[in-house]
Each structure stands twice: as structure tokens, then as C-alpha cells.
Design a protein around this ligand. Sequence first.
Ligand code: F0G
Length: 455
Amino acid sequence: MSTTDPEHRTIIEPFKVKVMEPLPFRTRAERERILAEAGNNLFLVPAREVTFDFLTDSGTTAMSAAQWAAMMVADESYAGSRSFEKFEAVVQRVTGFTHVIPTHQGRAAERLLFSTLVKPGHFVPSNNHFDTTRANLEQLGATAVDLVIAEGKDPTSRHPFKGNIDLPRLEAFCREHAGRIPLGMITITNNTGGGQPVSLANLRGAAEIYRRHGIPFVIDACRFAENAWFVKVREEGQLERAPREIAREVFELADACLVSAKKDGMVNIGGFIATRRAEWLPALRSLLILTEGFPTYGGLAARDLEALAIGLEESLDERYLEYRVAVSRYMAEGLERRGVPVMQPPGGHAVYIDARRFLPHIPPAELPAQALTCELYLALGVRACEIGTVMFGDKASMELVRLAFPRRVYTQAHFDYILEGIEGVVARKAELRGLRIVEEPPFLRHFTARFAPVS
Ligand code: F0G
């Protein structure tokens, strides 16, 4: 049932299409040849051969007419651009933070902030660190520690806020490592844990612990608007509040946020740091000038700042958010109904298929999640991402396939078409075979490794 439109059961795309891009179509035989050439790795398949691209929700958003129009009036001045002023005012209004530092994307924001605060031997807790925050911390000799609640690691748990940080463990952790924690984090929504939200109560609890221990609280807030929507509809006493108001309260709990604007910023490139800590600014700005750009553009064109200023507001629209989280719920329900087990409840930006449960005849060593990404491509032209043994090696605790949904790009008919095609995959699943790695690089092998079917 729709909350924004109680007269209707169907939640529709709250937009009409003005610019369209044709979908590429290939036959199964063509896709077999393409996939073989790509060594059974979807990262090596050209996008022109992909019909439905669910590799990521990052930077793949369809921008609005208002965003494109604003790009034309951008002020590309090197210093003190009018577009920066507009962008800065929106970030200040949405977050309540006074100081705004633009960066070219999320990981640049991470590198800037961490380089100025983190030293070797430091510890940084979070619910789950995203790959790039973890890598940027480790690069500086620090240890990134994940303290998500136990339910967050159980794909069958229906906990409404599986992204929550374990507060008693956080308290104990802050005591144990006192003096060696330069900042404490929380990721909203928790991407690594399946796009799961964090409750307002949990954020308040974490903020209180960090404050008591004198640790600055930094939110990785790429998907802050989706998180606000989940708080509104799942947390007691929040239903009447606007997502904007909830988001604002969340930011007010923290000292700073790191944002990859390629998600809820609704743009194809961009990011920022926003903070109330004036004492951090001189170091941040020096490094920004050294490695990104002048403080009023930070590695972006002014037209990107214009698009972002509008995107941040659009992402807080209730009809948009209701539709946005309905997409992953619709897909999760549709997949489960057809016999494809998915992580429950579905997160905001993606659905994760549990390949171990779906393909029990393929042992983890024969890469069941990778085998399933191949079959989804062959059967449907869908590109998804393996999150399992290929990505994490022996450390993988699950064999997942992530379908991440670009914002405002695909329609319900596309999703129905995919669900229809999934029935064939389910019917043939016993015939699916595992894969073995035939070629792999020393690091981050999932991007470039090549695979062959096990004989
Ligand atoms: N933090 C989170 C929670 C993310 O999901 C990402 C990117 C980043 C930081 C880094 O931002 O890409 O702009 O440098 N996530 C993308 C994804 C890549 O597909 O989940 P970036």
C-alpha cells in the first residue's frame, strides 16, 4: 500500500521519460560468445552488450530535466563560482553542517579526511566499512573494524534495521582502544551489509558513545535519503515525519559526513565532506588544493555542482523515495516467489541473491555466485555482481549476487520481464555448473580474473 497515495496499491515511477536510451538486445547465442570472450567475468563485458545493467547504483542515475537545465547556467569560474554557492547552501540546508568541501567522488572525501586525522596504529570502528573506506584507512596503517549487530550477518533475519551497530560492543571497543580512535563511523545505509538501514535510535546511541569517549562521529552518508525513508516507515513514532527532517536529525548527531554523491546525490560524478569542525578545515583545504582542486570546485566542474545541488533535494522527495525502495522490495518478493532465495528484508538500493542456497549442488570452491552471474547474463542480458569467494577468497562468509538498481532508469515492465525470465533459470538450475579461475591478478581479482567451467 502506498503511503503517499492511499487510494492506490500500485507504487508507480513518479516521473515521465523525456530522454530515452535504447536497450541493447542480444540473443542467447550471441551472449554465449560475448561471455566466453570476457572469460566469464561480467566486468569484462562491454556495456553495449548488456540489456539490464545492475552492476551498481553508483553514478548510474538518470538525471532530471531540472538538473540538465541547471548545468547550462553553471558558472565555471575557477574561484568563488556562483554554482558553488548554490551547492554549498543546499548541503548546509540538508545536513546542517557549516563547512562544505567538494570532492570528485566519495573515496576522495575519505582520503582527504582520513589523511588529516588518522595515524598508523589507529582503530576506526563502523557498522561495516565499505571497501574504499577500509582500503583508505588501511593504507594509512590504521585498522578498520566492523561492529554490525549479529542479525546484520544473518541473511534470513528479518530485523528491520540490520545495519545497526552493536552498541555494547562499540562501548567496549572505545574503552579498550581509548586514545587510539581518531574518529568513529557509521555507514547509512550499510552497503557492505546488504544496503540495510540504521535506526535513528541506534544512531543516537552511537553518537552518545562517541561523544562520551571524545571521538568525532563521521557518517558515511551516500544513501542518507534511503536511510531516512526506512526510518520513517519502520521506526516507531517516525511515520509522520518528512524524510528531510529525519535526515537532518541524523546529520545533527554527527561531527561530519563523507558523501559519494553518485548515490543519493542523484548525479553521475561527485562527492563532498561536510562538517561543523572548523579546526579540521585548514588541513583539509590544503590537501584539497594539492590533490583535488580549488575549494570552490574540488575536482568537479561547476555544472556537476549545479546538478548535485538539485539532486540532493530530489532524493528527499517522498514519492521518489517510496518508489525507490519499492523497486528492491518488488524484485525481492518476485524472486522469492519464483524460488530464488534473497537476503531479507531487501535493502534500499539492491537485492542480494543467496547463491549458496539457490545452487546447493555447486560448492563455494566452484564459485556458485559467479556461475549465477553468468547465467543471469546468458538468460536475460542482466549484469550483476558477485560478492562471494571471487571477491573475498577464503574470507567469504556468503555467496551472494548483487543486483544494484540505478535510480530512475528502469521501469516496472523491465523488472517484470526479468522476473518472467528468471523462471527459466530456476527450471534449469540443476544443469548449472561451477567455475574455476584460469587467470587472476594479485589484487582485487574480481575485476579482471578469467573463469572457465569446471569439467
Ligand atoms: N561508501 C559507500 C557506502 C559506498 O557504497 C561507496 C561506493 C563509497 C563509499 C565510495 O564512493 O565510489 O564515489 O568513491 N559504492 C559503489 C558501489 C562503488 O557500487 O557500491 P565512490
